[in-house]
Design a protein around this ligand. Structure first.
Ligand code: NAG
Ligand code: NAG
Ligand code: NAG
Ligand code: NAG
Ligand code: NAG
Ligand code: NAG
Ligand code: NAG
Length: 744
């Protein structure tokens, strides 16, 4: 057989070998919640939005697919409940994967994509623009992320076994609207006429089935809608609508937990009996506990056997989950169409989710819509994937790519820069500097401010037109680079599914142009291997982050997405041109694509102003884990909100990864069993600190909104935490439980 390989017929050989649609598949998942106090959230660039608790946990979810023959191709795809992927996370991850697996997983065949939640801890990106509001780099956020990606891949790797993969697609109509419809209208009418809507409604789903057991082990979906159901004022860590969809999907398949939904008592006790029992249960007081006690109280088991459901981001640039539209806070009328402002004020124009004004409800509804669609596609998926696994990656210096347009006109991309529309923010989160979307001029005052920071070169000013340069990030290098220059683009192929990993947020039309160009390139170069049934999916915010990519026409209006299109008017054309080269190489089986310039590792120059907590002590006579404000006694019903507050320490001493800060326990057969934890949508862990003359004290409030499926019974709250007395003293773990209460 050796001569066959030698003759370069490898690809033909692979095709025959895997023609029965069989792959090795492995899925994995790991907790990446990060610091639940004091850390600025990534997304809205709102300095006041710092973490103060957890709504539900963030996870990294990974799948690996491999051809079955010895040395067959494989790739790993990881979906993060994070604002975006980060170059530095990718670099560190690859170093760790190298230590574990040698060259098996590398920059070419690993893709990391962010869901774009705006409710996760920030400070994990390596360029200045993305760490201004987080007061620099936050090692704890970074470490939580890298570890979670690494361990999710390790779990997927350990899980690799023979399996089949199915693909299905369908439309989801009410989970996104275009938040810059006036910019979309700049696209040519004949192009717009080809599409029913100004957003993409297609969801693509992959279903993974274990060959031996016949059981489904997970599903990954791609659909474009922003992770901005939670607002810029929210302080609870949340996976936003995609994280919620994943939680619902996994619970739908795997059962959220057996203990919550089964009534072990055949004949439930009468209410008066339960009340009597509950009234005898007093708060335990704070107690020391083992390091991993909270992990043992976890309701869901993520040992690798659990079904994994992931909701990945796509060409999300101009797509908002706030589907009711944007309205003026003062008048209640729709905002100005071209500028998304209200009589000149951008801050008054805010988008409304379907649960308006309840952002948690909006998150739930948009999450549920994606989840329901995924269930439809999952249960009806019949089209099995067969054929080759393949991948290509190249790094490009986007500062000066020469782009050959139709008619052989040669243009160039520019060094990165942001326009005033960037500072205006969006209807999902308006900016605070008095700019409006669509602004192409800046006043003398802001010009002076800009020039004091960095006066753009004349080359840059001309290159970026019609954008006016507000922040010349591509020419700012103090104290280190403000924006990326080197970006990776990547193509992953799994049979008839082709995934395009893009390092940013393509607008709807930008994404369509890229997908169509690549499909056409693959078909015309692929020797029959690709056809009309090839599915092209854009994996947004992947591998590194470089903000937005609007079309050349949208760029003319300079709304937020265009003002944040870093490399000038021809940014999209450069992507299309370079992706086409990569697609051509893949379709023709050319393995010798040059890798391009490697991105820098800026870890050694990062600056960090967020301090670790420096030691916590409770006031005299109090122990951590003691109840501060006990739960109201009595009986509660479904829909009630019940809370308790404990004396507690900063949740950053130990992040309790794969554990929990908050538990609802039920009394069964004389024993307490955990039934809800801080990964449940109905349970809130809230952290705050109060200052008085004698010092500053931390409080953990746990609130439970009793869900429909809760069984009647006797319950209590439990809190887990950890502390150090001083920065350098050893860590202690504690727990405490509230008094009992009844749900009838
Ligand atoms: C907790 O730690 C103990 C002792 O190290 C170990 O036996 C147990 O399996 C651990 N439990 C969990 C849930 O990790
Ligand atoms: C928006 O701007 C376009 C041109 O840029 C103009 O034709 C249109 O009338 C404007 N619409 C409104 C409602 O102001
Ligand atoms: C990218 O290209 C520009 C222009 O040639 C060059 O000045 C810059 O050093 C390059 N950036 C990196 C990180 O290599
Ligand atoms: C693909 O679709 C196009 C447009 O619908 C059609 O013209 C073409 O014949 C199709 N090609 C194949 C191979 O089915
Ligand atoms: C493969 O790609 C390299 C680099 O882009 C190019 O020089 C070479 O001509 C290509 N080979 C084929 C057979 O297309
Ligand atoms: C806790 O519940 C009480 C009613 O028992 C309510 O007054 C209080 O506002 C709640 N606290 C929080 C933080 O929700
Ligand atoms: C259910 O509760 C029992 C204790 O009553 C515990 O042993 C078991 O692990 C729990 N199961 C789940 C899935 O949480």
């Amino acid at each position: 057989m050796y001569w066959l390989w030698k003759l370069g017929l490898t690809s033909l050989f692979c095709l025959i070998f895997v023609a029965d649609g069989e792959y090795l598949i492995g899925l994995g998942s790991y907790d990446m919640t990060g610091p639940a106090a004091d850390v600025n959230m990534m997304g809205y660039a709102n300095m006041e939005q710092v973490t103060a608790g957890i709504h539900f946990r963030l996870r990294a979810r990974a799948f690996i697919v491999a051809e079955t023959q010895q040395g067959g191709a494989r790739f790993a795809f990881v979906n993060l409940d994070a604002g975006m992927a980060s170059q530095l996370v990718t670099i560190k991850l690859l170093q760790r994967l190298k230590l574990r697996y040698g060259d098996l997983y590398n920059e070419h065949n690993v893709a990391i994509s962010g869901t774009h939640t705006h409710a996760g801890p920030g400070g994990y990106l390596q360029y200045v623009t993305y760490s201004v509001t987080s007061l620099g780099f936050v090692p704890q956020s970074f470490e939580a992320l890298v570890t979670a990606v690494e361990l999710s891949i390790a779990q997927a790797h350990d899980n690799l076994k023979p399996g089949s993969i199915f693909i299905n697609t369908g439309d989801l109509e009410n989970a996104g609207i275009n938040r810059s419809p006036s910019a979309y209208l700049f696209n040519p009418p004949e192009e717009r006429a080809r599409y029913p809507r100004d957003v993409d409604t297609l969801m693509t789903l992959l279903k993974f089935v274990d060959k031996n057991s016949g059981n489904s082990v997970g599903a990954f979906t791609w659909f474009a809608t922003h992770g901005t159901s939670m607002s810029r004022d929210n302080k609870l860590i949340s996976g936003d609508n995609k994280g919620a969809a994943a939680r619902f999907f996994e619970d739908w398949f795997g059962g959220s937990n057996i203990n919550a939904s089964t009534t072990i008592n055949k004949r439930p006790n009468s209410l008066s009996k339960m009340l009597k029992k509950a009234s005898k249960i007093k708060a335990t007081g704070g107690q020391e506990c083992p390091k991993n006690a909270s992990q043992s109280s976890k309701v869901r088991n993520y040992d690798g056997s659990r079904f994994i459901g992931a909701f990945c981001q796509s060409n999300v640039g101009d797509v908002s989950p706030n589907v009711l539209g944007a309205f003026c806070l003062d008048s209640g009328k729709p905002c100005d169409f071209n500028h998304s402002s209200c009589h000149g004020n951008d801050q008054l124009c805010v988008g409304r989710g379907p649960g308006y004004p309840d952002e948690i409800l909006s998150t739930k509804i948009i999450g549920e819509r994606q989840f329901q669609k995924a269930v439809d596609l999952f249960t009806s998926a019949e089209e099995e994937i067969t054929g080759k696994i393949d991948y290509r990656l190249v790094y490009l210096n986007f500062t000066n790519i020469e782009v050959i347009l139709e008619g052989n006109q040669v243009v160039k991309t520019c060094p990165a820069a942001l326009g005033p529309g960037f500072a205006a923010g969006t209807t999902d989160g308006p900016g605070v500097f008095g700019f409006q979307q669509g602004d192409t001029e800046i006043n003398e005052f802001w010009k002076k401010v800009r020039d004091a920071i960095k006066e753009p070169s004349q080359y840059q000013v001309d290159c970026q037109k019609p954008k006016t340069v507000l922040l010349d990030t591509g020419e700012m290098f103090w104290p280190y680079a403000w924006a990326p220059a080197i970006l990776p683009i990547q193509i992953l192929r799994l049979g008839k599914l082709v995934i395009l990993s893009v390092p940013g947020e393509f607008t709807t039309m930008a994404g369509r142009r890229l997908r169509e160009a690549i499909k056409e390139t693959l078909i015309s170069n692929g020797n029959g291997e690709f056809g009309n049934d090839t599915h092209i999916v854009i994996a947004g915010l992947s591998n590194t982050y470089s903000q937005y990519i609007a079309t050349f026409e949208e760029y003319k209006q300079q709304r937020y997405e265009a003002a944040s299109t870093l490399y000038g008017p021809h940014t999209l054309s450069a992507y299309v041109q370079e992706f086409k080269k990569l697609a051509q190489a893949m379709a023709r089986g050319n393995k010798t694509v040059g890798k391009g310039p490697s991105p820098p590792d800026l870890s050694s120059v990062q600056i960090s102003f967020v301090l670790d907590p420096s030691g916590d002590s409770p006031p005299p006579g109090v122990k951590f884990g003691d109840v501060n404000q006990d739960v109201k006694s009595g009986s509660f019903k479904k829909g009630d909100r019940i809370n308790v507050t404990f004396w507690s320490a900063n949740p950053r001493y130990d992040l309790l990864a794969e554990g929990t800060f908050a538990v609802v326990e039920i009394l069964r057969g004389g024993k307490w069993a955990p039934v809800y934890d801080d990964d449940d949508f109905c349970l809130y862990f809230m952290w705050n600190q109060k200052f008085d003359a004698s010092g500053s004290y931390g409080f953990a409030t746990i609130e439970w909104e009793v869900p429909e499926e809760a069984s009647p019974g006797v319950y209590r709250f439990r809190h887990y935490g950890s502390f150090k007395k001083t920065r350098d003293s050893p860590i202690h773990y504690f727990t405490g439980a509230s008094s009992g209460f009844t749900v009838s």
